[in-house]
Design a protein around this ligand. Sequence first.
Ligand SMILES: Nc1ncnc2c1ncn2[C@@H]1O[C@H](COP(=O)(O)OP(=O)(O)O)[C@@H](O)[C@H]1O
Ligand SMILES: [Mg+2]
Length: 258
Amino acid sequence: MSMKMISFCNKKGGVGKTTLCKNVAYKFALDGKKVLLIDLDPQATLSVQFYTNKIVKDVTLLKMFGGFNVGINNIIQKTKYKNIDIIIAGEELTKSSTILNNLYAKENIYKVGKNIFNSFNDIFLKYDYVLIDYPPTIQELALNFLIISDLIMIPINNGIGSFKGIIDLKNTLNYICRQENITVPNLRIIFNNVKEDEDTIEIYKLLEEEKLNSNLSQSVITNSKSFIKTENKLNSIWDNQYYWRQKQAYEELIKEIM
Ligand SMILES: Nc1ncnc2c1ncn2[C@@H]1O[C@H](COP(=O)(O)OP(=O)(O)O)[C@@H](O)[C@H]1O
Ligand SMILES: [Mg+2]
């Protein structure tokens, strides 16, 4: 059995991390794959889309560090989608850095994710994909899961800020991975929310200068004017008759990352 852990990250907000994570998860689930979502953003933008009266709020990954012998199985919650389970996010995640620094010595702080993964391997391996959504501010907890990912998907738009977000993320990963003596995970950069009349040549040049153009996905997800209306619930592009352009781009993307 094999499981693939894919992180959706950029040290820049509003670039489409959550949207991408959601649409990829939904497509995998439709195709019969078992998906575990982990939301690490205290703002819980992904989690709220899965809220039902059955979801217990504020049971986040941080519960693993409370000293109550909590297993990952205790914090995974079912969603109304049969192939999608979730570890939700919540406000308490803002305390993750403080808590980890209190519990672990400096030299062990980036081994926490790997330990959780190893300890609950049988549970992780029940899933085909573990998809993780991140906040733009990357601290110890987030880094722990970034460095054990099989793939890091980095959405960018045509803004220089999102390009800087990639460089910042790459520098952080290089630094931590060197320190931990592990290889940096594969990075896949994807243009999202690009307007029809925009061209991405300037950003492309910058990526080339940083030798990141080979990490760039061929598919480009364009801007959709009707997106905003549907972000409050899990109204994914996949059960909508429109968004054909997005669907096509996503399908190409999924072939690359599956
Ligand atoms: N391709 C797109 N077309 C139109 N709006 C988009 C697109 N991708 C994302 N958005 C919108 O942009 C906003 C930010 O996206 P989001 O996925 O929440 O970003 P992040 O998680 O990186 O902060 C949301 O309102 C979302 O609906
Ligand atoms: Mg988000």
